[in-house]
Design a protein around this ligand. Structure first.
Ligand code: ADP
Ligand code: MG
Length: 678
């Protein structure tokens, strides 16, 4: 059914067929799923309900002969008086003098055009003699490229629905149709193109939103299941008592969220299938601590662990904090680009001999000559910084090790289950007790002097500050110029004993690392930077984060930047300098000053910006939906996910005849290779 060729539609010949191909339409179904991008409303409403300046349709009786006045060459204006209900409406039409012959006194006419409420006047764009056809008041408008026109599509669509409408089979199991009161597929298609009312259109959309999300989630769940079933036998059998002993020795008690996430991870590790889990949590929520315990379990099970991070500084910081947690009990080693020659050879040998338990490294970890004889668990930190291939290369270092991805960019649940639908997700959504939330202020630019005074005071008290500088439309060059200007300005402003540093994207990696090291060791007190400031870099002595032009950043990014401070014991401050013009910008500033929970912020960001912008253009990786909008339709998304899970885990596709059509469809998309396994 899905592959009826388009030229089986009456009236579609070779030429039209070619034009349709250009807009991606090859089959009858492609055409049927070419949905209108908007609708025009020719519904006749009472005069009292017409809205000023909107396009409306009225119906009435012509009163007397229209008058036509000419002006300029070929230009004319026709005025006709029309009796509508108890009022006389003035109809105005330009450059169509011949209409006068049609609009004879006493004739019934239907006119569509822009409404002027104050003058009771309509500027007629279209008119028709006779009563309005009330059975089809809502007309579709298709977005198309030349040479094909929207009206052509409309005609073809009508023909297609006439010809094939009765033959469109249902795809969804009747269970769901009844439970959610969804229109049938045939009925919904008809209503999408030629809605009988806006209410019916809404119902049709609702059906396709569910259908689209269910099909997507089905793919994800099938992938997940295949992943679990195809990879068996990597159970990591650790002695839980030993792991608990280790946890009890830690200088703190795990938060509830940490404990819950840890149990989810340990369960995956124990099980025969490969862990494929994302651990989300704000900076400082204790992800690394959870990762460390998981690695410890691996070691207890007689295996090795690896952590991959995006930068050398991060790798070094991880080694330091892991050593702090493990003491001498576990051997930890660093493997980065700057470890070369003899040292590198030695390290590689020790990894091979398994005299190293945990290796922390950058991309250097995935080079060919690095061999892990017995890799149990792999942790990828700041996972979005690595490409799919890099993550896969690391995974391939072991025979299907368990993999845990970590990110400090909280992703709203809706997006997480969309973009990482084949992953399991754990969230650490609370902070350890006793943390002081970063105090956040929003100021206008005229407060700058006071802001600088505040920085100076903090530095004199022994602390450090970040100053993130204006962002100009992502133009690298200008951003750098801004940073340089600001850097010079601050150098002049502050006393000599305050060292100001500069960090931007055009610096070499070595140079960047050097500046960061100087900041980390307090040789630099004020760091001016573009947004390249490394995610995850830990300078607990920094207590001030100033962000210029804060309105240009999204909430998630602001939150990320704010996460650079508040890592020590002292109270930290984040100052947003912004003069937002629009409501959205103001709203963003307000939210920032009111909440420090990353998950809450992420949800609000999604609502304000929509899913497309959330991750930024490049790394979105989000599927494109035709009708669904994951920011709006998150309830449907969750429902679809639950249903897909139940379908897959109860094997309903093959066991239940109600799911036969769906099963066929799924088989087909798998056969077409739309889904690939890495
Ligand atoms: P993340 O990796 O999420 O940024 P870390 O695991 O590095 O967070 O934890 C940040 C700091 O908080 C570390 O110094 C860590 O030792 C400490 N920490 C972790 N968990 C707890 C806890 N439950 N209670 C108190 N301190 C904790
Ligand atoms: Mg496992």
């Amino acid at each position: 059914m899905n592959d009826w060729p388009i030229d089986t539609v009456n009236g579609v010949g070779d030429k039209v067929k070619e034009q349709l191909e250009q807009i991606g339409v090859q089959t009858v179904f492609d055409l049927l799923f070419y949905f209108p991008n908007r609708y025009e409303n020719y519904e006749i409403k009472p005069l009292s309900e017409l809205v000023h300046d909107e396009k409306v349709t009225i119906e009435g009786e012509v009163l007397g002969d229209p008058t036509v006045t000419y002006y300029g060459r070929k230009k004319s204006r026709l005025v006709v008086r029309i009796q509508v209900e108890h009022a006389v409406v003035k109809g105005v039409m330009f450059n169509r003098p011949f209409a006068k012959k049609q609009l004879t006194p006493g004739a019934i006419v239907t006119c569509t055009g822009k409404w002027d409420q104050h003058r009771l006047q309509i500027t007629i764009e279209q008119y028709k003699k006779g009563k309005a056809k009330t059975n089809q008041p809502i007309q579709p408008v298709y977005y198309v490229k030349q040479p094909i026109k929207s009206v052509q599509i409309k005609k073809m669509m009508k023909q297609t629905i006439e010809q094939f409408g009765e033959q469109i089979d249902e795809l969804l199991p009747s269970t769901y149709l009844m439970e959610y009161k969804l229109l049938s597929r045939a009925k919904a298609l008809q209503e999408m193109h030629f809605p009988s009312s806006f209410q019916a259109l809404k119902q049709a959309k609702r059906r396709f939103i569910y259908e689209e999300l269910l099909l997507f989630q089905l793919k994800m769940q099938l992938l997940r299941k295949r992943n679990r079933e195809s990879i068996q036998g990597n159970s990591q059998l650790f002695d839980a008592a030993l792991v608990n002993q280790f946890i009890n020795k830690l200088p703190f008690q795990l938060t509830k969220a940490q404990d819950r996430s840890l149990q989810e991870i340990l369960q995956d590790m124990r099980s025969p299938y490969r862990m494929n889990r994302l651990l989300q949590g704000d900076v400082g929520s204790g992800k690394t601590a959870v990762a460390a315990i998981s690695l410890y379990a691996s070691i207890v099970a007689g295996k090795q662990g690896a952590i991959m991070v995006p930068t050398e500084i991060l790798a070094e910081q991880h080694v330091a904090s892991l050593k702090g947690l493990f003491g001498d009990e576990v051997s930890i080693s660093l493997l980065t680009g700057s470890i070369k020659g003899k040292k590198r050879k030695e390290t590689l040998l020790m990894i091979e001999q398994q005299s190293i338990d945990i290796v922390v490294g950058t991309h250097a970890l995935i080079q060919e000559d690095v061999n892990f004889p017995n890799l149990g668990t792999v942790i990828v930190d700041e996972q979005h910084r690595f490409g799919v291939n890099q993550r896969k290369a690391l995974r391939d270092k072991g025979i299907d090790p368990d993999v845990l991805f970590m990110t400090a960019t909280p992703i709203p649940r809706t997006l997480a289950i969309t973009s990482f639908g084949d992953m399991d997700v754990s969230q650490i959504d609370e902070m350890p007790v006793g943390r002081k939330p970063v105090e956040t202020y929003w100021v206008k630019e005229n407060m700058l002097t006071r802001v600088l005074q505040f920085i100076q005071k903090e530095v004199e008290d022994g602390f450090q500050a970040y100053v993130i500088c204006p962002l100009i439309e992502e133009s690298d060059k200008l951003d750098i110029q801004n940073a340089v200007d600001l850097y010079q300005q601050l150098q002049e402003t502050f006393y000599q004993h305050i060292n100001v540093g500069l960090l931007h994207g055009r610096l070499h990696n070595d140079e960047k690392e050097e500046v960061m090291q100087q900041f980390a060791s307090n040789q630099i007190q004020v760091l001016v930077s573009t947004t390249v400031v490394e995610v995850g870099v830990n300078v607990p002595n920094a207590t001030v984060m100033v962000i210029y032009d804060a309105e240009r950043f999204g909430l998630s990014q602001l939150h990320q930047l704010r996460g650079r401070v508040g890592r020590g014991d002292a109270q930290s401050h984040c100052i947003l300098i912004a003069d937002p013009k629009g409501d959205v910008g103001k709203e963003r500033m307000r939210i920032m000053t009111e909440t420090t929970n990353g998950f809450e912020l992420a949800e609000q960001d999604l609502q304000l910006r929509g899913p497309g912008d959330f991750f930024g253009k490049k790394q979105s990786g989000l599927p494109e939906f035709k009708v669904a909008d994951i920011a709006q339709d998150y309830r449907a998304l969750e429902t679809a996910r639950n249903d897909a899970q139940s379908i897959v885990y109860n094997n309903l596709l093959t066991n239940d005849s109600d799911y036969q059509a769906l099963n066929q469809y799924v088989k087909q998309i798998f056969a077409e290779g739309e889904i690939t396994f890495d």
